[in-house]
Ligand binder design. Structure first.
Ligand code: ATP
Length: 361
């Protein structure tokens, strides 16, 4: 079975801990995206799986076999840095066959593999064409084909779509996911683009400073971020994160104070993790709100500073003097700069984080 298992994987460059004690299991057929800001250790993790970088500590298992001491070629992984570099003087079939030459296969075996990959990627009709005569999407599919043709133990992709324009990226995200899901291999994709991760991954591992902050399905990391970093990193526009204090739980609501305002979040669950007067961070996604016609127990009041049209929606930047609040409304909601609004967060989608930045369940 094509699986990847990382156990206590650590990489130090001198004093810098680039990857810190990473544990991950990726199943056959599963696509895991390593997502995080620049420098968080994504590529170094991937390079340790490929054998291009030696682990300082910890183990890499491919198909249940410990591979720490194997060379990259002995590990038989397919690693692609981006889906592009095609040889311009070779036609599609020759480009696809290129990675097979080291394997000493018969011409009949090579032709068979090329035909199969071309069928999966819908390239059969263009096998004799040179790259210069291909549409952009076809070129991308050929480079995916080159990555998958050798039947490797697993697939490793580093920012595969980073050089593409927006439209092609959108197309490729869906296509790559479809192709990979039919191959039953463990796949790791490194990206700093959350949209890429949310659309292509079965699970996302969010990294920061060498650590894995959270591993979960795209829905889990979006809907239940385990800490403040993940909450702020996943989701656009970014989640509003407001410093506050817990003012007690009364009549089925959590009372939260932020600046001069107090807001009630309906909740019947007793929150053992909260103490009255204790510091909390309140997380409200800009889309998890509605505008109320008047101020209430469950609204925050703020003034419109800036109106940013985004097509079907409008992003409003509000302020109550002390803190900013971003709210997304439908394009047909008419407001003016300077107008006072009452914003009601959706109770079930309001997040709370404790003094250590951890999610309060
Ligand atoms: P990016 O998206 O910018 O590539 P990343 O998350 O992939 O970032 P890495 O490339 O893994 O991050 O780098 C993690 C840290 O390790 C960074 O601080 C980087 O400067 C450092 N680093 C990476 N390779 C080396 C090296 N060969 N020698 C010294 N430091 C390195």
């Amino acid at each position: 079975m094509s699986t990847i298992k990382l156990q206590n994987l650590t990489k130090r460059f001198g004093d810098l801990v680039a990857v810190n004690n990473v544990d991950l299991n990726i199943d056959a057929g599963e696509v895991l995206c390593l997502l995080g800001p620049s420098g968080c250790g994504k590529t170094t993790t991937l390079r340790m799986v490929a054998g291009l970088e030696m682990a300082t500590e910890g183990d890499v298992f491919l198909a249940d076999k410990r591979v720490n001491d194997l060379t990259p070629s002995q590990r038989n992984v397919a690693m692609a840095f981006q889906f592009y570099a095609l040889y311009p003087s070779l036609n599609v079939a020759e480009n696809l066959a290129y990675p097979l030459h080291a394997d000493r296969l018969s011409q009949a075996d090579i032709d068979g593999k090329v035909r199969e990959v071309a069928r999966v990627l819908d390239l059969t009709d263009v096998l004799n064409r040179l790259p210069g005569r291909l549409a952009e999407g076809e070129k991308q599919r050929v480079s995916v084909g080159r990555a998958i043709i050798r039947d490797p133990n697993c697939f490793l992709f580093d920012e595969p779509l980073s050089r593409l324009d927006v439209q092609l990226r959108e197309q490729m995200r869906g296509q790559i996911k479809e192709v990979l899901s039919g191959l039953n291999k463990a796949t790791v994709i490194v990206t700093h683009d959350q949209l890429e991760a949310l659309t292509m991954a079965d699970r996302i591992a969010v990294m920061r400073d060498g650590y894995i902050e959270q591993v979960g399905t795209p829905h889990e990391v979006f809907a239940t971020p385990s800490n403040l970093f993940v909450a702020g990193f996943i989701g656009t526009p970014q989640m509003n994160l407001m410093a506050g204090t817990f003012a007690g739980q009364r009549s089925g609501s959590l009372r939260l104070k932020t600046g001069e305002q107090e807001i009630a979040i309906p909740s019947s669950v007793p929150h053992a993790g909260l103490t009255e007067g204790g510091r909390v961070t309140i997380g409200i996604r800009p889309r998890s709100t509605e505008l109320a016609s008047e101020a209430g127990d469950d609204t925050l009041t703020a003034t419109v500073d800036l109106i940013e049209p985004m097509g079907a929606e409008t992003l409003l930047h509000l302020s109550d003097g002390d803190r900013d609040l971003r709210v997304v409304v439908d394009q047909d909601v008419m407001v003016r700069v300077g107008e006072q609004l009452h914003v009601r967060p959706r109770a079930s989608q309001t997040h709370l984080f404790d003094q250590n930045d951890a999610r309060i369940a």
